[in-house]
Design a protein around this ligand. Structure first.
Ligand SMILES: Nc1nc2c(ncn2[C@@H]2O[C@H](COP(=O)(O)OP(=O)(O)OP(=O)(O)O)[C@@H](O)[C@H]2O)c(=O)[nH]1
Ligand SMILES: [Mg+2]
Length: 290
């Protein structure tokens, strides 16, 4: 059963019973909101419903949406015309960075936000990563700037920016490594790459997107904390948000770290990406959409 359907089943047409509030808090924790936020929201909701005489589940669900709207944060990220835009994708291994790089290139080329894009193979750590990005590049007709496996990723990004300036590209999407021998290494590497790009790119056209897997729950919050400690994160990409994914972690990350969500991905095809719409997201989360 879809997560939103479970919420709707609990808060249906009938009067909300006292036990239902506790069950709702448990369900919101299962939905990856995190314990503190779930408890908070449910006690606020109880007070609002009591104060305005709302007794049935449906009405409570609508009030819950109002409350959660206060936590949801979204951001529209689009390449700005008239200069070179740089999008750096960050995240731990396997979350979907490489796939998202390709999806974003296609999305912005298709809608005209970019006329000419480059994919930069910043993941020089994993042996197959460069080939994987080149495969996407050749399928999409997008140039890939890469060096060999094991080379310095900062140098690859530097190259990609020079190359973009030389051939009139308006967008560089940088894939990066999600794996390092240690967390300290990962952070050092992130800071270094960020410095190199920041020194060369227009700061208003340089965005760092953190990719998180919606199915990993509260782990995604921990990842966001780690990455946000190293570099400024402009927005999240929530991947693997298929019909069973709950995705409440985007709310937890917004509340805890103030990071808004930019895109949602719900499949492996290039088309399976859309800008984050918090209204639609809350409707899905709370089963208000069907
Ligand atoms: N269902 C689903 N699968 C996805 C989505 N995004 C990526 N994947 C799959 O997740 C797997 C990992 O994706 P990658 O793009 O290689 O992830 P990555 O973060 O680059 O991984 P590393 O390079 O190992 O750090 C692949 O099998 C993708 O097809 C999504 O939105 N939905
Ligand atoms: Mg990758």
């Amino acid at each position: 059963m879809r997560f939103g359907d479970r919420i709707r089943k609990l808060l249906g047409m009938e009067t909300v019973a006292e036990d239902d509030w506790d069950e709702l808090a448990d369900l919101l924790v299962e939905g990856d909101l995190g314990g503190a936020l779930a408890e908070n929201v449910v006690s606020e909701l109880k007070a609002v419903c009591a104060g305005s005489g709302i007794r049935n589940g449906e009405g409570a669900r609508r009030e819950l949406k109002n409350l959660l709207s206060g936590y949801a944060r979204s951001i529209a990220i689009t390449p700005d015309p008239g200069g070179l835009n740089v999008i750096m994708l960050l995240g731990v291994n396997g979350v979907g960075k490489t796939t998202t790089s390709a999806k974003l290139a296609k999305f912005w080329l298709d809608n005209g936000s970019s006329k000419k894009a480059i994919l930069a193979a910043g993941d020089t750590f994993r042996a197959a990563a460069i080939e994987q990005l080149k495969m996407h590049g050749s399928r999409l007709g997008v140039r890939v700037v890469a060096q060999e496996h094991g080379s310095d990723s900062g140098a690859v990004l530097y190259d990609a920016l020079e190359s973009a300036a030389a051939d009139g590209s308006d967008l560089v999407i940088a894939d990066t490594a999600g794996r390092m021998h240690t967390k300290a290494n990962l952070i050092k590497e992130l800071e270094k790459m960020d410095k190199i790009v920041a020194a060369k790119a227009d700061p208003t056209r340089y965005r760092r997107l953190l990719v998180v897997d919606a199915t990993t729950g509260q782990n995604a919050l921990k990842q966001a904390e780690t990455f946000a400690a190293a570099v400024r994160i402009d927005g999240l990409v929530l991947t693997k948000y298929d019909s069973s994914a709950k995705g409440g972690v985007a709310l937890a990350i917004a509340r805890q770290l103030g990071i808004p969500t930019a895109f949602v991905c719900d499949g492996e095809r290039y088309e399976d990406i859309r800008p984050f719409d918090s209204d639609r997201y809350l409707d899905e989360f709370l089963g208000l959409d069907s």
